[in-house]
Design a protein around this ligand. Structure first.
Ligand code: 13P
Length: 302
């Protein structure tokens, strides 16, 4: 059996759309209908008329698709694909923070579980976090769960920020010394970094952006070489779209094992068996929907 042919047959037969995050394995990126960042994928999930969404990403991303498309079947090829950053905060933590900060607006990064989103006012992604925080009328914002994105946003807003102490282990694996060393070896290269990197790393960046922001920057920038400060799988797409440019991973340690559980075999199995299915209890879904919908109504900038 040719697995690619089978996936192609099943996706048509079952009216399925395959969405893949920019950190997925090359084989998944190549077969997906759409590859993108968290915001692009949420928008895609909201507008597709497919019957089945196969979400090749991590658990919160598939949950987000289900929140936006409750009538569709949402599949996550491998349930082990969780996000360690999202797991740093629970809905009980948010409830406690609410009691402590009754006047604050609660902004949650999309890297949160559905029940955490349900307890917050508005969602954001790395590409619109500054715009979202600036859009709220409250003077104080509780921002969760990523401390580095929170610190980055706090430099671009007049709001008082209370920031949860969560972090992405993959992005915090990049150390300032790694970048300093690479800049010596490749002095002409531009260094681009994801805002989940630590602030001492971000200080060295020529551009700070979401994964799609990095893709756009590389395409339009005249430089030939780029040091890539985010999960290394994005380099597959960067090379494909810019074959004449040179990409240097800022650190080989920027590898997210959770994103790599989904592979071509588990994608095929998911499509064939229509599971594992991601579901969100209706009461939580309705509240989480409002949190995401408020974000989707805000224009995207990179
Ligand atoms: P993007 O929204 O930039 O794709 O980031 C998602 C993510 O999970 C980063 O770790």
């Amino acid at each position: 059996m040719d697995i690619t042919e089978e996936i192609n047959r099943l996706r048509v037969e079952k009216r399925a759309v395959i969405l893949a995050h920019n950190y997925q394995l090359p084989e998944i990126q190549d077969i997906a209908d759409f590859v993108g960042d968290s915001l692009e994928l949420s928008r895609k999930a909201a507008t597709t008329d497919a019957k089945i969404i196969v979400f090749c990403g991590v658990h919160f991303m598939a949950e987000t698709a289900k929140i936006l498309s409750p009538m569709k079947t949402v599949l996550l090829p491998d349930l082990r694909s969780g996000c360690p950053l999202a797991y740093t905060i629970t809905f009980e933590d948010v409830k406690k923070l609410r009691l402590e900060n009754p006047k604050a607006a609660f902004v949650c990064y999309i890297n949160t579980s559905a029940d955490v989103k349900a307890e917050c006012d508005i969602c954001c992604t790395s590409s619109n976090a500054v715009d979202v925080v600036n859009s709220v009328s409250a003077e104080t914002v509780v921002f969760l769960p990523d401390r580095n994105l929170g610190n980055y946003v706090s430099k671009h807003t007049a709001r008082k920020m209370i920031i949860w102490n969560g972090f992405c282990p993959t992005h915090e694996n990049l150390k300032r010394e790694d970048v300093v060393e690479l800049k010596k070896i490749y002095p002409a290269a531009k260094f681009v970094a994801h805002p989940e990197c630590t602030s001492d790393v971000l200080e060295l960046a020529d551009k700070i952006a979401s994964t799609s922001g990095i893709i756009k920057y590389v395409k339009t920038e005249s430089s030939q070489s780029f040091i890539i400060g985010t999960e290394t799988a994005i380099i597959h797409r960067l090379k494909k779209e810019n074959p004449d440019k040179n990409f240097i991973p800022a650190s080989r340690k920027m590898f997210c094992p959770n994103m790599k559980y989904n592979n071509i075999e588990s994608l095929y199995e998911a499509l064939a068996n229509e599971q594992p299915e991601i579901d969100v209890p209706e009461k939580i879904r309705e509240k989480a929907f409002l949190t995401i919908d408020r974000m989707l109504k805000i224009g995207k900038k990179d």
